[in-house]
Design a protein around this ligand. Structure first.
Ligand code: NAD
Length: 433
């Protein structure tokens, strides 16, 4: 599948299946909520409200298959919190999509949007379907009918979906078209992650990888490590991994390893990242370009300054956390570090920069896309990248302030920033009626 500018991606989210076998996305999201709340003086009634989603929509989606039979799928949209603005988050097409998964991942989106200080809340949705088993025409019919079923609860001021696992810019184009036809007016701001020719933003696809690179640069600056003297290993060479690796390479870092599902290319003298095709350019070809191939497990424990896990969730576990030799882990994927591994890395003094900050470039440029759509303007790429840089610096500054003030981990600091902002908005708005 081509790489997807998902917002979990609108950020939070590779699935619970990528977190831990024992902990679901919902359990993780609640644990993180309670943990952040324990550091703050927040009204417990607000924490109680945030434990639950505002609404969960469950719909049935009948479609005519190419052979003339009718099949019915189940779709969801879980809207967690909108105190700071419209709900925002991806729509995924995957057989394992469930109601609870959508709730948990929607909560992650609330934290991710808040840490970036975007005027959005969190949501997640999807259809329990294997898109690989449907033709393009069937996926289009599924998407249009799903859009119709959700029409009353989405919209530029209500809830703005985006691509996620199994969905892509074309899916968003169909969704936007179906919504617009029913509304009687072209409404590009109803979804983000669209192709630029119909209101998508320049730079959206590269944004999560770009934010990973920006955050890596900021971390190195913070710890007085010049990028020119920094070695980096990147797991996954897709949208997030390849874009992050190439930017860091351009900015002077030495990328010593990159990988795909087949294994890792390793060159301690530095890889020419532009010469290695990304997943989108030529799927799973990394090892074909390598003189030395190592395993993905070995990549994780290389003696480098920065490790960027940018493929899957749950790759840094209690089994390998003791062996991680990097000084910094910058989370490109969603949930690459299990909570057990997190504790081990904390004890060992490895700085872990959390996914909700590091890969939040995706949802941030989704926000820019939404702004462009509702203002009927198109920003040039340079403006998108400049504004992304400014937003990342500002989020980094807020997280760094809490990190220094409270002597917590970087992950805790990010959740503290997010929860403080959400709690303050709830406090000011109060409980209605
Ligand atoms: P992608 O499909 O573009 O690329 C994934 C890469 O990971 C490919 O190179 C693939 O070969 C590799 N890979 C797959 N299985 C692997 C394995 N077992 N071991 C090592 N490598 C493996 O995906 P992406 O969009 O870059 O997403 C990567 C991660 O980043 C996911 O966790 C995703 O949720 C998260 N994320 C993506 C975005 C986005 O907008 N693309 C935004 C935020 C977070």
């Amino acid at each position: 599948m081509a790489s997807t500018p998902d917002d979990s991606h609108d950020g939070a989210g590779d699935a619970p299946r990528e977190l831990t076998q024992s902990e679901s996305a919902l359990e993780t999201a609640r644990r993180q909520l309670y943990h952040a709340a324990s550091h703050l003086d927040i009204d417990p009634n607000i924490v109680e409200r945030l434990t639950y989603p505002k609404k969960i929509h469950e719909v049935t989606i009948p479609i005519e298959r190419d052979d003339g039979t009718v099949e019915v799928f189940t779709g969801y949209r879980a809207q967690h919190d909108s105190v700071r603005g419209p709900f925002k988050g991806g729509l995924r097409y995957h057989p394992d999509v469930t109601r609870d998964e959508c709730v948990g991942l929607g909560m992650w989106m609330t934290w991710k949007c808040a840490v970036m200080d975007l005027p959005f809340g969190g949501a997640k949705g999807g259809v329990a379907v294997d898109p690989k088993e449907l033709s393009s025409g069937e996926i289009e019919r599924l998407t249009r009918r799903f859009a119709q079923e959700l029409r009353d609860v989405i919209g530029p001021n209500q809830d703005v979906p985006a691509p996620d696992m199994g969905t892509d810019p074309q899916t968003m184009a169909w969704l936007m078209d179906a919504y617009s036809m029913q509304e009687g007016e072209t409404t590009p701001g109803v979804v983000t992650g669209k192709p630029p020719s119909i209101g998508g933003s320049e730079g959206r696809e590269e944004a999560p990888g770009r934010s990973v690179a920006i955050v890596t640069k900021l971390v190195c600056e913070y710890y007085d490590r010049p990028l020119e003297e920094t070695t980096v290993a990147v797991q996954g060479y897709g949208s997030v991994g390849a874009n992050a690796a190439r930017l860091l390479d351009d900015w002077g870092a030495t990328i010593v390893a990159v990988s795909d599902v087949n294994g890792a290319m390793y060159d301690p003298s530095g890889i020419d990242t532009a010469a290695v095709p990304s997943h989108d350019e030529k799927p799973e070809a990394v090892t074909k370009y390598a003189d030395t191939v190592i395993s993905n497990d070995d990549l994780l424990t290389l003696d480098v300054d920065v490790l960027v896990p940018a493929a899957l969730g749950n790759v840094i576990t209690n089994e390998n956390a003791e062996e991680i030799a990097a000084a910094f882990v910058v989370e490109g994927a969603n949930g690459p570090t299990t909570s057990a591994a997190d504790s081990i890395l904390e004890e060992r003094g490895v700085a872990v920069i959390p996914d909700i900050l590091a890969n939040a470039g995706g949802v941030t440029v989704s926000y820019f896309e939404w702004l462009q759509d509702i203002n009927r303007r198109a920003w040039p790429l340079e403006r998108v990248n400049d504004e992304l840089d400014a937003e990342m610096q500002s989020a980094w500054h807020a997280v760094r302030t809490e990190y220094e003030r409270r002597d917590v981990t970087w992950r805790d600091a990010a959740y503290i920033v997010a929860l403080s902002r959400i709690a303050e908005a709830h406090e000011l708005r109060g409980l209605w009626p």
